[in-house]
Write a protein that binds this ligand. Structure first.
Ligand SMILES: [Zn+2]
Length: 50
């Protein structure tokens, strides 16, 4: 099974890394973040937590 973390950034093609972000309500989400352009991608597993 391919996860979002295994996919390249759709903006610049660089690899994505896991990053945690804090939402406005104080909860923490794990996202896939591009270190090159700052793009963030929300995996389906993260969206299901909301
Ligand atoms: Zn990028």
């Amino acid at each position: 099974m391919v996860s979002e973390y295994d996919l390249p950034c759709s903006e610049c093609g660089d690899s994505l890394v896991r990053a945690e972000v804090t939402t406005a309500d104080g909860s923490t989400l794990t996202v896939a973040e591009c270190r090159s352009c700052g793009g963030r991608y929300y995996p389906e597993s993260t969206l299901q937590q909301i």
